[in-house]
Design a protein around this ligand. Structure first.
Ligand code: FAD
Ligand code: NAI
Length: 470
């Protein structure tokens, strides 16, 4: 240790990096964290999970008042939007949480090195003007927006924006086009749709939400259309030009064919994210990237370079905050000589719209594929939220729970849920799968009544062939 300033230097303070730093410090390792942003917390806290949920939550209330949901429950109100205040509460949430990380760093005696970090060698990193040495360096540099070739985002102008710009719009667009029907497009598209924008989602594939179960993707299209969004599927955007305050998009069928144009006063580019490795000096340590620009690691989060580790969005796997966090904890534990493990087969994914779309484990399509294409090797139980007493009482009829189990062993392979609180419900499925539960285990576990979670129990009973309420 005497040779190094720190036992651990973490590069990046997102959910991967800050959590790794805290766990390393908790384990008695002298730790520093380099961050080039003005505040700690990375994409998630500053411009990602937290501000998007702040806008989703607030716009959900507005929509409930505007679309008649509250009136159905005997509350007659005409909402008036105060967008400045909605933005202010979003900024407050971000400020509180990023400040909270700063507090946790102080509490755990973690030094925040402010500035961009660049490797000089595997144990020496330049952060701004300072040179820091560490026995172990964790790369947790995260990801940023994938640009659409030939389309230049300008968040300040508020016409052609990425997710960061779409969180900050000073007025509700009249006509908004969202390029990409993935998680960001649907969450932020929902925010502005609820606040009054006419939203069109242009998606390259023939379904929304790639990676989710096929039934969930089909239902998503129905639900978002019902909420007033226009979906233009199997279509790619080939260009966007801006004249004055109007953007003109050129669209083509994904399979090729005649192009058409569409006008909007706001365009959101949300076609995915890519790992951040520019300017990190990976050449100096001889660390190569894979074809997708990611850093490969082994199961312990070691890279090919001794003493250099990597976690979060910069490595393969879903780009999710909780995946980054768990990798951060495991990586720090491995550095400390413990056995840190992440089960990448059981990482939940949630889209925080209303209803929420959530899943963990395999999709039905993946389950069949894993069974060599033999559909009889899996069993599926499905239960509609319409038949769940709590969802029905709360005027939340959309959605279902679907459980996929191995036909022979009954072990749960995947759980998918569309429900107002699907993101919370899915945690139960994750725990069940971690413990190797069968669908029968879930079906015979007593669930409180009346809760949305009873739909999980009923779907499990469905796998057994005997649900009660349908
Ligand atoms: P990041 O959070 O990206 O943090 C990396 C940090 O490293 C950044 O602060 C960056 O400034 C810093 N950095 C990079 N390079 C250097 C360098 N060379 N020197 C110093 N610092 C550097 N995920 C969810 O699970 N749930 C959600 O609800 C959710 N919502 C999202 C909403 C939006 C709009 C977006 C964009 C993303 C959302 N995500 C969500 C994804 C989530 O934000 C990421 O998966 C998560 O932040 C990844 O964490 P990370 O630690 O790997 O990297
Ligand atoms: P995404 O990968 O979820 O969706 C991108 C979509 O754009 C895909 O459906 C893709 O087919 C489509 N697309 C690609 N090129 C296109 C083109 N030229 N024209 C039309 N459509 C095109 O990516 P997104 O939404 O940008 O989110 C990035 C990441 O951020 C996700 O991987 C997700 O993990 C993370 N995230 C997670 C959230 C959550 O957990 N709730 C919320 C927001 C982001």
């Amino acid at each position: 240790m005497a040779d190094y300033d720190y036992d651990v230097l973490v590069i990046g303070s997102g959910p991967g990096g800050y959590v790794a730093a805290i766990r390393a410090a908790q384990l008695g390792l002298k730790t520093a964290c380099a961050e080039s942003r003005e505040t700690l917390g990375g994409t998630c806290l500053n411009v990602g999970c937290i501000p998007s949920k702040a806008m989703l939550h607030a716009s959900e209330y507005f929509d409930a008042a505007a679309n008649g949901t509250m009136a159905e429950m005997g509350i007659d109100v005409t909402p008036k939007l105060n967008l400045d205040k909605m933005h202010a509460q979003r900024r407050d949430a971000v400020k509180g949480l990023t400040g909270g990380i700063e507090f946790l760093f102080k509490k755990n005696k973690i030094d925040w090195k402010k500035g961009h970090a660049t490797f000089q060698d595997a144990h020496t990193v330049k952060v701004g003007d300072e040179t820091v040495t560490a026995k172990n360096v964790i790369i947790a540099t995260g990801s940023s927006v994938t640009p659409l070739p030939g389309v230049d985002v300008d968040n300040d102008a508020q016409i052609l924006v990425d997710s960061t710009g779409a969180l900050e719009l000073a007025k509700v667009p009249e006509k908004m086009v969202v390029i990409g029907g993935g998680v960001i497009g649907l969450e932020l598209g929902s925010v502005w749709n609820r606040l009054g924008a006419d939203v069109t989602v242009v998606e390259y594939l023939d379904q929304l939400l790639p990676g989710m179960d096929g039934d969930v993707r089909k239902e998503a299209a129905k639900i978002f259309k019902k909420q007033g969004m226009t979906l233009k599927m199997s279509t790619k955007v080939t260009g966007v030009s801006i004249k004055g305050k109007t953007a003109t998009l050129t669209l083509e069928p994904a399979a090729g064919g005649d192009s058409e144009t569409m006008e909007a006063d706001c365009v959101l580019v949300s076609i995915g994210r890519r790992p951040n490795t520019d300017g990190l000096g990976l050449d100096a340590i001889g660390l190569e990237l894979n074809k997708r620009g990611q850093i490969e690691t082994d199961h312990d989060f070691r890279t090919a370079v001794d003493g250099v580790w990597a976690i979060g969005d910069v490595i393969p796997g879903p780009m999710l905050a909780h995946k980054a966090e768990d990798e951060g904890i495991a990586c720090a534990e491995n550095i400390a000589g413990q056995t840190g493990i992440v089960n990448h087969d059981v990482i939940p994914g949630v889209v925080y719209t209303l209803p929420e779309f959530a899943g963990v484990g395999l999709t039905q399509e993946e389950s069949v594929e894993k069974a060599g294409g033999d559909k009889t090797k899996i069993k599926v139980g499905k239960f509609p939220m319409m038949a769940n007493s709590r969802a029905k009482t709360n005027h939340e009829p959309d959605g279902f729970v679907k459980i996929i189990a191995d036909a022979e062993t009954d072990r749960v392979l995947g759980v998918w849920a569309i429900a107002s609180v699907a993101g919370t419900m899915i945690a139960e499925a994750g725990i069940a799968m971690e413990f190797g539960a069968t669908s029968e285990d879930i079906a015979y576990t007593c669930h409180a009544h009346p809760t949305h979670s009873e739909a999980i129990k009923e779907a499990a009973m469905g796998v057994q062939g005997k649900p009660i309420h349908i």
